[in-house]
Design a protein around this ligand. Structure first.
Ligand SMILES: Cc1ncc(COP(=O)(O)O)c(C=O)c1O
Length: 464
């Protein structure tokens, strides 16, 4: 039986985003300015528009989506949800598997849900250009797309490994009118410093963030756009989960367990936050579980430490309370470029500490095996990042087969993989290696962090 699409009324697009901050089990610890060792947002106030800053610290649970943003969402929203009959049949599982598909947006992922909102607020406040980083190219394409729609210029620092692996993503960004540089680049002081030390550096998200932030700080009418981690980004993504709840209702089901992948945590949060709200406000008919899947090549939650660390390699950002494997992390060039970030959204860290969500790490070989089964049963080629969530969902469905449980599984297919053909070619030709980031390297980075800030544990004890 082919998979079945669950429709929503064409006009159904949420009118408000959901912000989890008032509903966290414990408030988020404040960011710390390392210069004063006290709470302080540092440069953050200089690189975002006021509306975004207000959303970052919102005490409101529901935030109105501007009409102009909803009009743009109309281009591809509501996104489809599918019941994966083909996959269920292949697995011979009694579980029901659903997935929400964000690959139908013009740039091909969930990222424009926030890019459009960020470009809109910046345009309203008179900004002329946005600078940003991109890993896999998904975020860069999304911000380039959004800037084009609201008449802003866009500069993208693209992690060099991806720039080389994914020329088509660069061309897409350039087609939307953006300027794209391989990072580390010679455009910025931080890029030049890295290149001096290591001319062959493959780059990292942390390095590319440093370049984009520096660009924004040095130019008056330039701001910075961020694709994940920050509260406002995750909030904008909740259109995914709000629609998914409606679609589950149309299907007459409710999930027992929800899977998503985590780079910085925005797509997964976008899906699960509205279900979390159901749960804590006692509206959920079931005790739904939330499972975040990450790459063993970048295991920030499963092997990282919950502490204060910088969001970028050049240490321009304040210290942020999050699970981290160290801001000096240089990833192996695995294909899931969007998962190669050393930290995670502070909200995810808080919820994980409070046992509100689980985490699983998978290596790229097992992830591509799962993607292959998905492709051959459902037909859509997933991006390597959400293939981690597919792996989680398949394992859960196989567990149900053993126990006979008829669980309802929901996962997020947050982007398509039609620009990731090199990755599939490598997999199909047996060239992919499973890769685990060594625990010793995490310990070394944590030692260095404490050498840099000998007072780190004091501050951690006080605030985390
Ligand atoms: C398709 C896709 N999925 C997932 C991610 C990971 O980011 P996040 O955890 O914020 O969703 C990325 C990041 O670039 C991405 O491009």
């Amino acid at each position: 039986m082919p998979s079945k699409k669950i429709f929503l009324d064409e006009d159904y697009i949420p009118k408000q985003w959901y912000c989890i901050l008032p509903d966290l089990p414990k408030p988020l610890p404040p960011p710390i300015d390392p210069a004063t060792r006290a709470p302080g947002a540092g440069i953050v106030e200089k690189i975002f528009p006021k509306q975004i800053l207000a959303q970052e610290m919102s005490t409101e649970r529901w935030i109105s989506i501007p009409d102009e943003v909803r009009e743009v969402y109309r281009l591809w929203r509501p996104t489809p949800m599918y019941r994966a009959f083909g996959l269920e049949k292949a697995l011979k599982t009694p579980a029901k598997i659903y997935y929400k598909y964000e690959g139908v947006s013009p740039p091909g992922s969930h990222k424009p849900n926030t890019a459009v909102a960020q470009a809109y607020y910046n345009m309203k406040e008179g900004v002329s250009r946005l600078a940003t980083e991109t890993g896999a190219g998904q975020w860069g394409s999304s911000l380039a797309f959004a800037c084009m729609l609201f008449g802003l210029k866009c500069t993208v620092y693209m992690v060099k490994a991806s720039y080389q692996q994914k020329p088509y993503r660069r061309i897409m960004m350039e087609s939307y009118g953006a300027d794209v540089y391989a990072s580390p680049s010679t455009q910025t002081k931080s890029g030049r410093a890295i290149l001096k030390e290591n001319p062959d550096s493959p780059g990292s998200l942390g390095i590319a963030i440093s370049e984009a932030v520096e660009d924004a700080l040095e130019h008056d009418t330039v701001n910075y756009g961020i694709g994940s981690v920050f509260n406002h980004v995750l909030t904008h993504q909740t259109v995914i989960g709000l629609e998914a709840k409606e679609q589950m209702a149309v299907a007459g089901d409710y999930p027992d367990v929800i899977f998503g992948c985590i780079g910085g945590g925005s797509s997964f949060s976008g899906l699960f936050w509205p279900f979390y709200y159901d749960k804590i406000s006692k509206k959920a008919p079931k005790d739904v579980r939330f499972v975040a899947t990450e790459a063993t090549a970048c295991p920030k939650v499963t092997k990282g430490e919950y502490t204060y660390d910088h969001g970028d390699t050049a240490r321009l950002t304040p210290l942020v309370p999050m699970h981290t494997i160290g801001h000096d992390f240089i990833p192996a060039p695995i294909h899931a470029g969007g998962l190669r970030y050393h930290g995670i959204a502070p909200t995810i860290s808080r919820l994980y500490q409070e046992k509100q969500l689980e985490t699983k790490a998978y290596n790229q070989l097992e992830v591509f095996e799962a993607a292959k089964l998905f492709i051959q049963t459902e037909g859509i080629i997933p991006a390597p990042e959400p293939a981690h969530a597919i792996k989680g969902a398949i394992d859960e469905a196989l567990r149900c087969k053993e126990t006979g449980e008829e669980k309802v599984i929901l996962f997020l297919l947050c982007g398509h993989g039609y620009f990731d053909m090199q990755a599939y070619d490598d997999y199909l030709n047996g060239k992919l290696q499973p890769y685990e980031y060594p625990a010793e390297k995490v310990a070394e980075s944590m030692r260095k962090l404490r050498q840099l800030y000998p007072w780190l544990d004091e501050v951690k004890k006080k605030f985390i």
